[in-house]
Design a protein around this ligand. Structure first.
Ligand SMILES: [Zn+2]
Length: 155
């Protein structure tokens, strides 16, 4: 006899917690993802920011990112276009860490570069392509437009 009740119960999604950081160790944090790697679909986007910063993005809610040693406040940030997001970097070694969406995404969410996961094997991850250069407004390549050479500052 089969127990039909068991069939109604859905398998809980797997989840995994991953220690991450920059190259020099000044920035360290842990990310919890559901589903776990390698089932998680890592986003490869073709927009000017993702191309320049080498992002391969995972999207944990802010509550699933634990910053060690107050690392979030240690991050350097770059803003462009609408300046509603922080592109995060280590100010000491320059590692490209990901994006803080701040109020742009509710609930508060980060996009973290999978390249920051300690011991990650990029060949083992599952990828999903995003046509950001055409889908994220204003569409187009925004690289090379934010440094004002005359004023000597960021626009
Ligand atoms: Zn660093």
């Amino acid at each position: 006899m089969s127990d039909t009740k068991d069939e109604d119960i859905k398998e809980p999604k797997s989840s995994g917690t991953y220690e991450c950081g920059c190259h020099c160790g000044y920035i360290k944090f842990a990310v919890t993802l559901s589903p776990a790697l390698p089932e998680y679909q890592v986003v490869q986007c073709n927009c000017s920011a993702c191309t320049r910063f080498g992002y391969m993005l995972i999207y944990p809610a802010a509550t699933n990112v634990k910053w060690h040693n107050d690392s979030r406040s240690r991050c350097a940030a770059y803003q462009f276009n609408t300046k509603e997001k922080d592109q995060l970097f280590c100010p000491k070694c320059g590692t490209s860490l990901g994006i803080d969406f701040r109020d742009f995404m509710k609930p508060h969410t980060y996009a973290i570069s999978a390249r920051t996961i300690y011991g990650v094997n990029l060949d083992e991850l599952k990828y999903k392509k995003l046509d950001g250069v055409n889908l994220v407004k204003p569409a187009g390549d925004l690289s090379g437009h934010y440094w004002d050479e005359e004023k000597g500052e960021m626009k």
